[in-house]
Design a protein around this ligand. Structure first.
Ligand code: FAD
Length: 463
């Protein structure tokens, strides 16, 4: 990389921004500056700590098939001890809990005989039920698992997670999601999914906290509570980054290189202003409610999924099953309740105390909390743009925006939100490590980087 007078500016201190900061600071020390709007580092993979309790921003775990480079980085370089935990989730279905990931016997035994027969029958008829090439998520699912299973399991949960009816959800995004919403996942899981996962003792944020320590130790500067408000441009180069620092103080850095991990549409608006393609992508937001449950739940499983549209809660996690070190008192277990939403939903605007009561009502309704167990509401928080929504036509909108931004020779968009990518932590780490390799090797030919981005866009997330 040619060195001028400006800074190497990284927008956002999530996993991607922090890995990049650590690697680039190794060569460039305090010329590397990370600007983060929140007071807490780590982005979506942060862990809040309050009065001895640790709270992740929703259920996070490391999957056994993590990309090897990321795995080596976490265990080897960051020296994080990972707990190996049994994976024993539950999927709520017609008032019962089925094992999740599903097990063949448990899955079909839990269904009434008539239901199981209807599923098999519609599975054999699936191609006739959805002839031709599938054009959307609904058609793909019917073609893959049959109409009955689709109606029972997939239709509602897809709409609940993404906030769109399944026939308005595109194929290309969905195919890249290896969860039970992915057409092949059920068969894969039934035939033997991994029944364990890995987790850092002090919460998923132990990873991002160590990444931040590493970047700081190498001389990087990390500005917290500082929101990027504009990028200046001359011709096809970014020349400066403006931000509002703590206490509302505006400031600007001259920029040599800019790496953005913020949402691609926000970045577009910062460079080119609102309007045009900015704002055309859809995202799903998330509200999270935290409870303390005396002695934990009667049901000892770690994660409960609620696909039904009749409930707002989508996933409930019993955090002592992830790590026993997340609560100072073994008798008080942190329960994390995730509610996927959009800003226009009334639940999004509901005051925190009301929202906590609402979630508690739903927990009671699904009989997760039963006498003599009780749950104390602790706090709630909201995450904007938690999930990219692959609505029909998203690819054209994303490509138009990304291509225009990518023409700027010293600007790189990457990470989950930078590439509008439903991806995992390990995949973010690999993006950042690959980007640092490219830059540290001279970073002259952006088409080389573009080829790597094309590979990243094929990543599929695991749940
Ligand atoms: C509910 C949930 C559960 C998940 N579970 C798992 C899991 O089990 N396993 C797994 O591997 N992955 C999981 N993931 C995915 C994982 O959290 C993300 O892929 C990863 O953390 C994304 O990192 P990132 O740095 O690319 O983006 P982010 O974490 O989104 O970081 C971007 C940063 O930019 C900052 N920012 C935005 N705008 C500005 C601005 N204008 N100025 C300054 N800063 C700004 C944000 O505050 C944020 O800190 C989950 C994600 C969610 C939402």
């Amino acid at each position: 990389m040619e060195m001028g007078s400006g800074k190497i500016v990284i927008l956002g201190a999530g996993v991607t921004g922090l890995v990049l900061a650590g690697r680039l600071a190794q060569a460039h020390g305090d010329r590397v500056v990370v600007i983060e709007q929140e007071g807490l580092l780590g982005g979506l993979a942060a862990t809040l700590s309050r009065q001895g309790f640790f709270y992740d921003l929703g259920s996070h775990r490391l999957h056994p098939d993590n990309l090897p480079r990321a795995d080596r980085y976490i265990r080897g370089k960051l020296k994080i001890k990972l707990l190996r935990r049994p994976r024993r989730g539950a999927l709520s279905f017609q008032g019962r809990f089925l094992d999740y990931p599903p097990r063949f016997g448990n899955f079909f035994r839990s269904l009434p005989f008539q239901e199981a027969s209807a599923i098999f029958a519609s599975y054999w008829r699936r191609r006739a039920a959805s002839p031709g090439e599938p054009a959307n998520y609904e058609e793909l699912m019917i073609r893959t698992v049959g109409r009955r299973l689709y109606q029972l399991f997939y239709r509602d949960f897809a709409e609940k997670l993404w906030g769109l009816p399944a026939d308005r959800i595109a194929l290309d995004g969905i195919k890249r999601r290896r969860t039970f919403l992915d057409p092949n996942a059920l068969w894969r899981m039934l035939s033997g999914a991994a029944r364990h996962f890995y987790y850092p003792q002090a919460g998923i944020g132990e990873i991002t906290a160590k990444l931040a320590q590493d970047a700081l130790a190498r001389g990087a500067v990390i500005l917290k509570s500082s929101k990027v408000t504009g990028l200046q441009r001359i011709g096809n180069r970014i020349t400066g980054v403006s931000f509002i620092g703590p206490g509302g103080r505006p400031d600007t850095f001259a920029a040599q290189q800019v790496f953005s991990t913020i949402a691609v549409d926000d970045l577009y608006a910062l460079v080119y202003g609102r309007g045009g393609p900015a704002g055309s992508l859809q995202w799903r937001d998330l509200r999270i409610a935290y409870f303390h449950v005396d002695q934990g739940l009667k049901d000892r499983r770690e994660t409960f999924y609620f696909p039904s549209l009749g409930l707002k809660i989508g996933r409930v996690s019993q955090m002592n099953r992830y790590s026993p070190f997340l609560n100072p008192d073994a008798g008080k277990v942190v329960l994390t309740v995730e509610v996927p939403l959009s800003e226009q939903d009334s639940l999004w605007r509901m005051p925190d105390d009301e929202f906590l009561r609402f979630c508690l009502d739903e927990l009671n309704k699904v009989k997760i909390i039963q006498e003599p167990f009780s749950a104390d509401p602790v706090f709630a928080l909201s995450l904007k743009k938690a999930y990219p929504v692959y609505a029909l036509g998203w690819r054209e909108k994303f490509s138009a925006m990304y291509t225009e931004l990518n023409r700027l020779e010293n600007l790189y968009a990457l990470g989950r939100k930078g590439l509008f990518l439903h991806c995992n932590i390990d995949q973010c780490m690999v993006q950042a490590l690959s980007c640092a390799d490219f830059i540290l090797a001279g970073g002259r030919d952006k088409t080389v980087w573009d080829k790597q981005v094309a590979d990243f866009l094929l990543f599929s997330a695991r749940d």
